[in-house]
Design a protein around this ligand. Structure first.
Ligand SMILES: C=Cc1c(C(=O)O)[nH]c(=O)[nH]c1=O
Length: 312
């Protein structure tokens, strides 16, 4: 079995990459991703200026996943733009780096995207419409009008490959409304899903929350969210123009989880909690396990089963 994946005209050894925010804050972490078995990588969502993020503790892992309220800590977008432009000049061997943008306002997003459009960056840009953890900043993806307004403004000038990172939706009406909006734009892809926003993990022993920001409310990741992630991958895969690809994110901790996302229609696969907990070696394990699942089922390539989820 081979995991070769083509995405936006680029060939990747395998579909695995990090989820933005995990193992991608610093040059050192990005270099580790670059050298790892991951097929591609994405930078931490960036704002114009450097941000310290929320007070700690702001991440906590459990047997079933994680809760985080990092608060968009990042080195500022120029730091990451310098990295990816240097990478594509010197290292990339064709692997297009992904660049994540999460401005604190519509104007900030537009300004950053205008600079990216004018820059030498030739990779893929991911507009994060779903950060749940900046106090006072609602998840844009849940404001359908705002989402349409931002994309209308962006596509007036942005001509490079652009995807959007979406929050999870939980209602067929919302799948339909959002898909109808997204189908109006020349998007390269949608990334489903960001963490399930504003969950609450309670530690019964200490009778306390486990993270400091927002009285313990934070984005949920890991095993907890795989059914929601798969539902969103499938809902958008079946509703969007086939030219708009789907990246699957949420609950990928094994080759089987990866297989399920691919079966629902995903092309690239992003790994968050499992990467945070296991470290960079998770990519080697996931590749081995996905190949095993495919071999057991008699599949040689991912194309043979991508999107072929059966119904009863
Ligand atoms: C970019 C901010 C995000 C954050 C964060 O920096 O708190 N956490 C998430 O789970 N998803 C995000 O999109």
């Amino acid at each position: 079995a081979v995991l070769k994946t083509e995405f936006l005209g680029q060939k990747y050894e395998n579909p695995f990459m990090n989820a933005s925010g995990v193992h991608c804050l610093t040059v050192n972490e990005l270099d580790e991703l670059k050298r790892s078995k991951a097929g591609a990588f994405i930078t931490k969502s960036a704002t114009t200026l450097e941000r310290a993020g929320n007070p700690e503790p702001r991440y906590y892992a459990t047997a079933l996943g994680s809760i985080n309220s990092m608060g968009l800590p990042n080195k500022g977008f120029q730091y990451y733009l310098d990295y990816v432009v240097d990478y594509q000049k010197n290292d990339s061997d064709g692997k297009a780096p992904f660049f994540s943008v999460a401005g604190m306002s519509r104007d900030e997003n537009i300004n950053i995207l205008k600079i990216i459009q004018r820059s030498d960056f030739q990779g893929v840009t991911e507009l994060n419409l779903s950060c749940p953890n900046v106090p006072g900043k609602p998840q844009v993806g849940y404001d359908f009008q705002m989402t349409e307004q931002i994309l209308t403004q962006v596509f007036e000038f942005f001509r490079k490959p652009l995807g959007v990172k979406l929050p999870p939706y939980f209602d067929f009406a919302h799948f339909d409304i959002v898909a109808n909006i997204l189908n109006k734009f020349p998007l390269a892809y949608v990334n489903c899903v960001n963490s399930v926003g504003n969950g609450l993990y309670v530690d019964a022993a200490s009778e306390s929350v486990v993270i400091k920001p927002k009285n313990g409310f934070g984005g949920i990741g890991g095993d907890y969210i795989k059914p929601t992630a798969l539902a969103n991958v499938r809902a958008f895969y079946t509703r969007l123009n086939p030219t708009i690809k789907v990246i699957g994110t949420g609950g990928i901790a094994s080759g089987q989880d990866a297989f399920e996302h691919l079966l629902c229609g995903a092309t690239m696969l992003q790994v968050g909690t499992a990467l945070y907990e296991e470290g960079i070696s998770v990519f080697e394990r996931l590749e081995k396990e996905l190949k095993e699942v495919m071999t057991q089922k008699g599949y040689k390539t991912i194309e043979e089963f991508r999107g072929q989820l059966r119904t009863l």
